[in-house]
Design a protein around this ligand. Structure first.
Ligand code: SF4
Length: 242
């Protein structure tokens, strides 16, 4: 397994895997105590670092296997999806918008209004099915690319998932965009797969750091699991940019 996210000693890595230690240890171990981008909202340092690491992981896959991948500007197949995200990820997008200058804010507002006016005209997802686009897809590009959620940064890479059948049997499967690695012998080796279970644990820890920071509540609706739809985030951005 290619460990793109952390360089921890075995003990601490085991703690992260089973979620034994608090977010503070995660912060100490990874040096995430400050927000690297000087974001206006608090507690986003771990998330921002995780997002950067996810992008770095994907870039390494692209550098090595780009010839076998469809991922490039103009392919938005994996953006034909309706995403709910951790609240920290929603705040990260808001925080990024607050750092934009007047010109950038105007351009973003135009892109969001265009996406909204398009009304979610269906496109084709990676499996060839007709689906509505993400609310942030505008002109085939992501309007919030710099602050996009972690999951968006991993699409196109081989994603490993463990499944338990309830009887103690564990199987490991790997999935990837069907547009990638189509020729025999081009699929990345197991050492290059991204461990989604591990990524989820790290996201939960980053979310705890954000929740503990005491940001002002945002006026968006959350699901029972505390997730925020990107539709709610777009609504808040349009209010911010009005
Ligand atoms: S947030 Fe951006 S990258 Fe993620 S699905 Fe939406 S348009 Fe695509």
């Amino acid at each position: 397994m290619y460990d793109a996210f952390v360089a921890l000693d075995d003990d601490r890595a085991a703690d992260i895997r089973v979620g034994r230690r608090a977010a503070a240890n995660f912060s100490m171990g990874l040096g995430f105590m400050t927000d690297p981008n000087g974001d206006a909202l608090k507690g986003l340092g771990a998330l921002t670092a995780l997002q950067d690491n996810a992008s770095g992981f994907f870039q390494r896959i692209l550098d090595t296997h780009g010839d076998a991948m469809a991922c490039r500007a103009g392919c938005s197949a994996c953006c034909h999806v309706a995403l709910d995200v951790f609240e920290g990820e929603a705040l990260r997008i808001v925080s990024w918008v607050r750092t934009l200058d007047g010109f950038e804010r105007a351009a973003l507002r135009k892109a969001l209004e265009q996406a909204k006016a398009g009304g979610g005209t269906p496109g084709v997802d990676a499996a060839g099915k007709k689906r509505s686009p993400c609310v942030f897809l505008s002109g085939g590009l992501c309007a919030v690319y710099a602050a996009r959620p972690v999951i968006c940064r991993t699409q196109g890479a081989p994603l490993q998932l463990r499944k338990e059948d309830g009887k103690g049997n564990v199987t490991v499967s790997v999935d990837a965009c069907p547009l990638n690695y189509r020729k025999e012998g081009t699929f990345p080796v197991a050492a290059e797969w991204l461990d989604l279970d591990r990524l989820t644990v790290l996201q939960v820890l980053a979310e705890r750091q954000c929740a503990a920071a005491g940001n002002e509540p945002m006026p968006w609706k959350k699901s029972a699991e505390g997730r925020v739809s990107l539709g709610e985030v777009r609504r808040e951005l349009l209010r911010l940019l009005a």
